[in-house]
Design a protein around this ligand. Structure first.
Ligand code: DLL
Length: 434
């Protein structure tokens, strides 16, 4: 097993926690002294930086939310004057103002280190040729992975997203060995390859790095099969840094959190009370070293669980399990909680259906209804009513078993649903009138 920063990645847990405490004290002081927003928030609850004596004391600090970033748009949460900031990024909010963040030189150095860690942990090497199909721009994904791969010493092809056939042509011509994309775009690239008659096993492609949206184990299996690669899942968010907050190693037993730079907690998503170790809840992150925009207790809205046992790969940094979904993506259908990822798991296991689906939620009278539009793989099936019905019934029964809910299933023609080059949007909730 190769490491990018072995001494750090395999530190004894006691040492990691001691380092976290030292850094937590320093960052709370730093945020209090340099960001009026944090001084106001801490003063309002009567907490002083000196009250942080143990790691658990992080709970004394108020939570920070996306709205806090919006309310302080654009530079209100910056702790450094603009002359120290060398880059800004922003998240693509669909409504309202975006979240703007800034990085010092040192922040970029840390950021590229933590991206390089999961790249190397998943088998990325200096002789890789990397097609970076994340959209370049204000999105942290493209430049984050770009810098991480450069730090590893690989060759980056900054192709950005879109123009899928050209992506495939360049993949062949340039001898690309690693792909960076959202899982949805990875699926679309794989599907386009099949349509073009390109055999993925004849390509040099061997690794795929997928992040920026939730993907199930089944989706990764599908990506591995379609593209003939080994896959990696990696996690991050603009407010806290970008990609690199956590990433899988080759054993794929959860995503190792860069705990020397982030303190992770799991809280009850309704009460915000801390949950016992190992339980699933909302991830809350505190940056421990970030200079540009330090963030105390950011509510990610992502639901996951943290595993602290050392991983057989040798890394001691805690792992977060694949994200189940976001608290704001959870659908409540006739009182039952449903995550799109549960539906995705079922569909990805079935060969008869393609990788595209759409979930439509509506209210008919007083009843919520959930309909899933699913593309079939073979268009000829549409001519055989009997077979079509039996497939529909099979999917319905499986979804009922997993969701404990009756779902309408509609099978649609191959390639009739929308494809995504970035983050997918697969849910249409018609109950929300927007
Ligand atoms: O998506 C940062 C990123 C870019 C991570 C590239 C990994 C790779 P935002 O656009 O601010 O930042 O979106 C952050 O995306 O709160 C999660 O809900 C979701 N997300 C990101 N990575 C994963 C993942 C980037 N691996 C939001 N699994 C986060 C599940 C993810 N959800």
């Amino acid at each position: 097993m190769e490491f990018f920063q072995k001494d750090i990645e395999t530190m004894p847990r006691r040492a990691i926690e001691a380092l976290q405490l030292e850094r937590l004290k320093a960052i709370v002081n730093y945020a209090y002294d340099n960001v009026p927003f944090y001084k106001r928030k801490l003063d309002a609850v009567g907490v002083k930086p000196s009250h942080i004596r143990t790691l658990k004391d992080v709970r004394l600090l108020p939570l920070t939310t996306k709205d806090d970033f919006r309310d302080n748009y654009p530079y209100g949460l910056f702790a450094r004057p603009m002359r120290d900031i060398v880059r800004v990024h922003a998240s693509s909010g669909t409504t309202g103002k975006p979240v703007v963040v800034g990085y010092t030189k040192n922040d970029l150095d840390v950021w590229s280190d933590i991206v390089a860690r999961f790249i190397v942990a998943s088998g990325g090497r200096s002789d890789d040729i990397v097609q970076n199909a994340f959209g370049y721009g204000l999105f942290t994904g493209a430049l984050g992975l770009h810098m991480g791969w450069e730090k590893v010493g690989a060759t980056v092809v900054p192709i950005s997203s879109g123009n899928t056939e050209r992506q495939i042509m360049l993949m062949q011509d340039l001898g690309v060995t690693a792909l960076v994309a959202t899982p949805s775009y990875g699926l679309y690239i794989g599907e386009t390859m099949a349509r073009m008659g390109v055999d993925p096993s004849a390509l040099k492609l061997r690794l795929g790095f997928f992040g920026a949206e939730a993907s199930t184990k089944e989706t990764h299996e599908q990506l591995a099969k379609l593209l003939h690669i080994t896959t990696n899942d990696n996690y991050g968010l603009t407010e806290v840094m970008g990609p690199g907050v956590a990433g899988e190693c080759a054993l794929k037993t959860g995503m190792h959190i860069a705990e020397d730079h982030f303190l992770a907690e799991i809280v009850d998503p309704d009460t915000f009370e801390p949950l016992p170790e190992g339980e699933t809840g909302e991830l809350v992150l505190t940056t421990l070293t970030k200079e540009g925009v330090p963030v105390l207790r950011y509510r990610t809205k992502d639901l996951t669980r943290i595993i602290k046992q050392p991983c057989p790969c040798g890394r001691t940094m805690a792992r977060m399990e694949k994200v189940v979904g976001r608290t704001d993506d959870m659908l409540i259908i006739r009182g039952v909680n449903v995550f799109p990822s549960q539906i995705e798991s079922v569909l990805m296991e079935m060969d008869e259906v393609a990788n595209s689906y759409e979930i439509v939620v509506d209210r008919i009278g007083h009843m919520d209804s959930l309909e899933v539009l699913i593309e079939i793989t073979d268009g000829k099936l549409l001519l055989d009513y009997g077979e079509l019905e039996s497939l529909r019934e099979k999917i319905r029964a499986r979804l009922r078993q997993v969701l404990q809910l009756d779902v309408k299933v509609k099978l649609v023609e191959p390639m009739s649903l929308k494809r995504f080059e970035g983050k997918a949007k697969r849910v249409r909730d018609l109950r929300k009138k927007d």
